[in-house]
Design a protein around this ligand. Structure first.
Ligand code: SAM
Length: 291
């Protein structure tokens, strides 16, 4: 049992170091052993794994990971947590704590020097205010992660895993599913954190795909189409695409070309599968003069 999941122990530790929680940094520390084990199990951590943890806090998850993995590199933005981490993780010789902002760090350097250029797993109880930018950074830059197992706001996890036709399906679902296979591991009540956040959480694993889910001629055009289609969910596909000006064709010709590939121009974007979105983006790439 990890003593850091004991609220009494944690309170004593924090007050001894004069630590004050920062709401703006999304500091909600985990105080539940079962959830801790659920995250580790969800990430399927083994002795061969190199782990990147974002936001170790007082080191609760870090210590549990260090006991199962080969090596853990943890990036923490809050300088006032560093002396606490020194105390809680001092006995582990396979943990490296780096002080920095994960959104601003030179990832090339981090991955090369701290992670030894090896493929790695991301495991974290993420600060909610930057969940999407952090995850999208690793996905879009196609960094050599093999999986991402994170505890995030429940609604965001549900959006990542949602399929066509559901109210949660949107640009985030498509982007995440383009690069990974999402798997919801389980819901987490707010009472397992100190202090409790205002929202419920979810553990989700994003398994990296060896190649994107669908073949696109231009990734930039694919995401332009996705952005246009989901920007105005209630409009028809043809209206959103022509309003966004993604195709050089006039509205009528664009409508005809969509019908030509078997996609009804009056459909709503939220019903389109990744395959259909790829077909539309490939069609428009083909129509564009620079293609
Ligand atoms: N891992 C700990 C746990 O499970 O108890 C703490 C999780 S807490 C939700 C999020 C942690 O991320 C905090 O320690 C916070 O200071 C840190 N953090 C916030 N923004 C960050 C950033 N941009 N880069 C690195 N760490 C960040």
């Amino acid at each position: 049992m990890n003593p850091l999941t004991s609220p009494r122990y944690l309170k004593e530790l924090l007050s001894r170091h004069g630590f004050n929680f920062s709401r703006s940094l999304g500091q909600n520390f985990l105080i539940d052993e079962n959830i801790l084990q659920k995250i580790i199990k969800g990430a399927a951590v083994t002795r061969e794994d190199v782990i990147l943890e974002i936001g170790p806090g007082v080191g609760t998850l870090t210590a549990a990971l260090a006991g199962q993995a080969e090596r853990v590199v943890a990036v923490e933005i809050d300088r006032s947590l560093l002396p606490i981490l020194e105390e809680t993780l001092g006995d582990f010789d396979n943990v490296k704590v780096i002080h920095g902002d994960i959104l601003k760090l030179d990832l090339d350097l981090l991955l090369r020097d701290a992670l030894g250029g090896r493929p790695f797993k991301i495991v974290a109880n993420l600060p909610y205010y930057i969940t999407t930018p952090i995850i999208m950074r690793f996905l879009e830059e196609e960094r050599p992660y093999t999986s991402i197992t994170v505890m995030i706001q429940k609604e965001v996890a549900e959006r990542m895993a949602a399929g066509p036709g559901s109210k949660d399906y949107g640009a985030l679902s498509v982007a995440v599913q383009f690069y990974t296979r999402p798997r919801l591991i389980g819901r987490v009540p707010s009472g397992v954190f100190m202090p409790p956040p205002k929202v419920d959480s979810m553990i989700i694993t994003l398994e990296r795909r060896s190649r994107p889910a669908v073949e696109v001629k231009s990734t930039a055009m694919f995401f332009k189409v996705v952005k246009a289609v989901f920007a105005q969910r209630r409009k028809t596909l043809l209206n959103t695409l022509s309003a966004a000006g993604v195709s050089p064709l006039g509205k009528a010709a664009l409508g005809e070309s969509l019908s030509g590939i078997g996609i009804d121009p009056v459909r709503r974007g939220e019903t389109l599968t990744l395959e259909e979105l790829a077909a539309i983006s490939n069609l428009i790439t083909h129509q564009s003069p620079t293609a």
